[in-house]
Write a protein of this length. Structure first.
Length: 288
């Protein structure tokens, strides 16, 4: 399908003047950070309706391109941002088939071959959130040198998650090199090897992107799967990352550039020896 037909088809679907430039976004944290990465290409302000319970509205605060509103889950007063999946087969005219570009071309009708999609720096240090004092208290408890590990996502566990046996090898290997490990623990999930001594968890951390940002900002490094925390880690300058790969290749599907701080990639079918060697290389490359 050529560019003109894409644009014309999308325009035929949008004839309600009351919804002009009004968009409803009800996706996960990773998608929210990818949406943030393409806002400069849209080149005009949009009204963005985000449901109250999503917990990441603060990442859009201060963005010149966004007028933020609290919306209900249905979002009837908005056009819905569909945000096609990373393995979408729709044709693109503006560049590589990365997930945010599908959104840029098919949701926002912007085709710009000169625009390179990369993680945008995120600074939530001045964000006002009721959970931040508790988050800072937990960070103080974690200590000076800790590595954040995330192995269990909120969606598609068969495509993303790190099996417990590999996660345990990763965390214990990090501990052997003098760090504590802080495991991001989603609700109702968790690893049995968390001992709350050298391998801690974020259980009790207030929800919200700002609290997670503070935990990541204080970390020495990040190790994790394809999920929202990895997208956020890449938006924090000087935080080195290691990607734990299951079925989805983060290096291929999400950004055109800006992945230099992913220093190592570990597959979930790695042996214990391979895992230890990868962790050793990753942490030895840091200058602490």
């Amino acid at each position: 399908m050529v560019k003109g037909l894409i644009i014309e088809r999308r325009r035929r679907l949008r004839k309600d003047p009351a919804k002009a430039n009004r968009w409803h976004f009800n996706h996960g944290l990773g998608d929210a950070l990818m949406l943030r990465s393409i806002l400069p290409a849209i080149k005009h302000p949009i009204v963005l309706g985000v449901p109250k319970g999503k917990g990441y509205s603060e990442i859009f605060e201060g963005a010149d391109e966004v007028i933020l509103e609290e919306a209900d889950d249905a979002g009837e007063k908005y056009y819905r941002i569909k945000f096609p999946a990373e393995d979408c087969c729709l044709p693109l005219d503006g560049g590589r088939p990365v997930k945010p570009r599908f959104c840029l071309e098919y949701d926002f009708e912007v085709i710009d071959p000169t625009f390179r999609i990369r993680p945008l720096e995120l600074d939530l240090s001045d964000c006002v959130h009721p959970g931040i004092p508790k988050a800072k208290s937990m960070i103080h408890h974690y200590g000076a040198n800790y590595v954040v590990f995330h192995g269990q996502g909120a969606s598609s566990p068969w495509r993303k998650d790190c099996p417990e046996e590999i996660a345990e090898v990763i965390c214990k290997s990090i501990v052997e090199r003098g760090y504590r490990v802080v495991v991001i623990q989603p609700d109702s999930l968790g690893y049995d090897f968390i001992d709350e001594k050298d391998i801690l968890s974020t259980e009790g951390l207030p929800s919200g992107a700002a609290c997670l940002w503070h935990v990541l900002k204080g970390a020495s490094a990040f190790v994790g799967i394809d999920s929202g925390p990895l997208h956020m880690a890449l938006a924090i300058p000087d935080l080195d990352c290691m990607f734990v790969k299951n079925k989805i290749d983060f290096m291929r599907f999400f950004y055109d550039a800006g992945l230099e701080r992913i220093r190592e990639i570990l597959t979930v079918d790695s042996t214990q020896n391979e895992t230890n060697q990868t962790i050793r290389r990753f942490l030895c490359s840091k200058k602490l």
